[in-house]
Write a protein that binds this ligand. Structure first.
Ligand code: URP
Ligand code: ZN
Ligand code: ZN
Length: 458
């Protein structure tokens, strides 16, 4: 028996096409117009709906700071439930070793948290906090276990030196993997925070003032210079400013291979969120912070013209109660907010329906490019014969409003509360099976995705 999606608009690599899709034994086995219904087939009528490859969220933090006062609300159960309702069939979450611990210990911990509990498919980026011969020696074993992407921070206490960035990106490149970076200059952020505190600015309104655009630009410029010297292709995560985009374009102009992720918060929100009354702005304390309207416009341009490669959410669901840890001092507010369920609807509404990007570009940003950059293509990221049966049916017609109440995250707020959206996720297929239909989810069907080398296209 196969599953037949009939009469939908399939978003294929060369563009949207009215066609049908057949799945059998977990994979896509036929794509084309007028596929015949065979005895025993289950038919899903997709007339008027879009059929997309399952979206891949390149950036989540589930069960972050587990067991600590600043733990995130979403564990692997609620976070991945929310992902599926948002049309995301694979998440790439950040595994984080304890300071001084091995990469393997973090991988084991993340597997223990996710295996058998995840409603979507999943893999992990590995965070590098320490760098020494023992950690370097673990890389081939990480590759063997399907982990081919990493992240370093140039900000926060876990920031690494330029030497570590250089050595790590070279070693990871030798493995065929890619090193992503949180690009903010940590020392300058600390100076910025100290300056705000000295001026008596302790509310969340001080958060963006302590981390201005120059702080990101410095770190992006440095990271790209290091990558140029190391001869390694790299990824910049959650890029937020026009200034950083200028640096990216200049580096590419010199022939450098690099990839850029941005997030919906840098496309939908601006720094006016830091002027909200009371402690409301704390919800928007994430880093880099929401930027100026000019930055937002520049990022949309970069999303449209191909400068940006992927859009991940940076889902990091600190509740308002946890945010209150910084009630007296903005710098103690845990950085991050939810969003995993909102990405597709936001990109469809404010990208495609608004005429900024077309459907193919949206799918490239949310599925195709993530699959290539993170070693999953063409099993994932594309509707093609032989690809995994991860498929989203999106109905573009209904109009709705985002709300925490209507979403499935365990967080007590949604940063896009009240934002109008066009369309909704109608049905989701995971590994060839329907897991979401008529608003009902079959939970816990996610599988670990063992990834291969990055498939660089630039
Ligand atoms: O504020 C953020 N982005 N929190 C999550 C951790 C990170 O830096 O990605
Ligand atoms: Zn980061
Ligand atoms: Zn993050």
């Amino acid at each position: 028996m196969s599953l037949l999606l009939k009469n939908g608009t399939l978003v294929l690599p060369f563009g949207p096409q009215q066609a049908d899709l057949r799945l059998h034994k977990g994979v896509i086995c036929e794509v084309g117009p007028g596929l015949p219904v065979r005895e025993g087939d289950r038919v899903l009528d997709c007339a008027g709906k879009l059929v997309l490859p399952g979206c891949i969220d390149t950036h989540t933090h589930f069960e972050m700071n587990k067991g600590k006062p600043n733990e995130t609300a979403d564990d692997w159960v609620s976070g991945t439930r929310s992902a599926i309702f948002g049309g995301t069939t694979t998440v790439l979450d950040f595994a984080e070793p304890e300071k001084g611990a091995s990469l393997q210990s973090a991988l084991d911990t993340w597997h223990a948290r996710a295996d058998g509990r995840s409603s979507c498919n999943y893999s992990f980026h590995m965070t590098i906090k320490d760098w020494n011969e023992a950690i370097r020696a673990e890389l081939p074993e990480m590759t063997r276990q399907g982990i081919t992407s990493y992240k370093i921070y140039l900000a926060y206490a876990m920031r690494v030196s330029d030497t570590v960035a250089y050595e790590a990106m070279q070693a990871i490149a030798q493995e065929g993997g890619v090193l992503g970076c949180h690009c903010e200059n940590g020392e300058l952020v600390e100076l910025g925070i100290a300056g705000q505190r000295a001026a008596g600015h302790l509310s969340p309104a001080a958060h963006p003032l302590a981390r201005p655009a120059a702080v990101e630009a410095e770190a992006v410029g440095r990271y790209l210079a290091i990558a140029e010297l190391a001869g390694a292709a790299v990824n910049i995560v959650h890029l937020s400013t026009a200034r950083a985009l200028e640096l990216v374009r200049a580096a590419r102009g010199r022939g450098q291979k690099l990839y850029v992720e941005t997030c919906p918060q840098y496309l939908l929100l601006d720094d006016s969120v830091y002027g909200l009354p009371g402690f409301e702005s704390a919800k928007y304390v994430f880093s880099p912070p929401a930027r100026s309207k000019a930055d937002v416009a520049a990022l949309w341009e970069a999303v449209a013209d191909g400068t940006v490669d992927t859009v991940g959410t940076d889902h990091c669901s600190f509740t308002t109660a946890v945010k209150a840890l910084g009630q007296e001092d903005f710098s103690r507010i845990p950085n991050g907010m939810p969003g995993v369920e909102d990405r597709l609807r936001l990109l469809y509404t404010y990208g495609v329906a608004a005429g900024k990007i077309d459907l193919s570009r949206m799918v490239e940003l949310l599925a195709g490019n993530p699959a290539k950059l993170f070693g999953m293509y063409p099993k994932k990221g594309v509707l093609a014969v032989g690809s995994d049966g991860d498929v989203v049916v999106y109905d573009p017609r209904p109009e709705g409003v985002i709300s925490a109440q209507g979403n499935h995250s365990a967080c007590d707020y949604d940063p896009y509360e009240g934002v109008k959206v066009r369309g909704r996720v109608d049905t989701v297929l995971l590994n060839g099976k329907v897991v979401l239909e008529d608003g009902r989810l079959t939970e816990g069907q996610g599988r670990f995705v063992s990834r291969g080398p990055s498939q660089f296209w630039r």
